[in-house]
Design a protein around this ligand. Sequence first.
Ligand code: GDP
Length: 310
Amino acid sequence: MLLVLSGGTGTPKLLQGLVRLLQPEELSILVNTGEDVEVSGLHVSPDLDTVLYTLAGIINERTWYGIRGDSFFCHDMLRQLGHKELLRIGDRDRAIKSYRTSMLRKGKSVTEITRELCRRLGVRSKILPMTNDRVKTVINTDRGDMSFHEFWVLRRAKDRVTGVNFEGAEKAKPAPGVIETIKKSDGIVIGPSNPVTSIGPILAIKEIRRALAKKREKVLAVSPIVGGRPVSGPAGVLMEGIGHEVSAVGVAKIYRDLTRKFLLHHTDVHLAPRIEALEMKVFSGNLLMPDLKSRVELARRVLRVVRTNR
Ligand code: GDP
């Protein structure tokens, strides 16, 4: 069984490849919930929904959030009423968020609701939220503290980052099934997601971090940084803000006690000796995934590296 740690853009692309090579039951995904936020009275869980929609085959691949071909009548009407939503939520997407919110109000946990959404959308792989407790990613900047969405969506990452923390992570418990799945996985992949705000919150939960560290020999990290910059999103400014080099080496350093294997883009192979110095085995391949073909090819490469004993 393969476990993949995921945020909301790079790793879902890889998941599209993996689901074509594995049986659904062979794949589990451990997902960040640190960016969960309330929008217009709805509980929005951006990364969980992106992973869910990707595996259900309905993701909007232009934006990597929301549902392909969705309409925006509700959003537009809210705007007409003078209510500006922080995130642009489509109508069908809103139905999912509305369902999750009403189930939460009835006392169901995020884990239970995710399981039910998977069943109803025909997703047979296991999607595991990292925790059922509240963890909130906070970006410290020269303009004050802000949520990830204020930092990235509202202000387009123009403020200088001075720190990042995960409120609630200290006390958060792993969601049911998370530790068991880590323990019984034959291979674990830290996907090409933002190492600071997508993978960071997952690793900030102590019991998860400890369980992963025990499986270090089985863990492969795939770099989201190619040629000194992220393929998309604010990972670069965030890494820099908390004192990391924006490169595959910087990513490897973040995962140094958790990962034995590291996969970098073939143009970054000159960085291999610095990563090997962190006691990791380095592998290379094409890490850019603009289309399905490249996603399946990278998934094949990932499976080969996970299974190799070199
Ligand atoms: P955010 O957008 O920074 O919040 O983070 P996500 O974890 O949701 O996804 C963005 C991350 O995915 C970035 O760090 C990107 O570099 C990475 N990413 C996006 N597309 C690709 C790709 O084709 N290849 C690789 N290797 N990484 C990618």
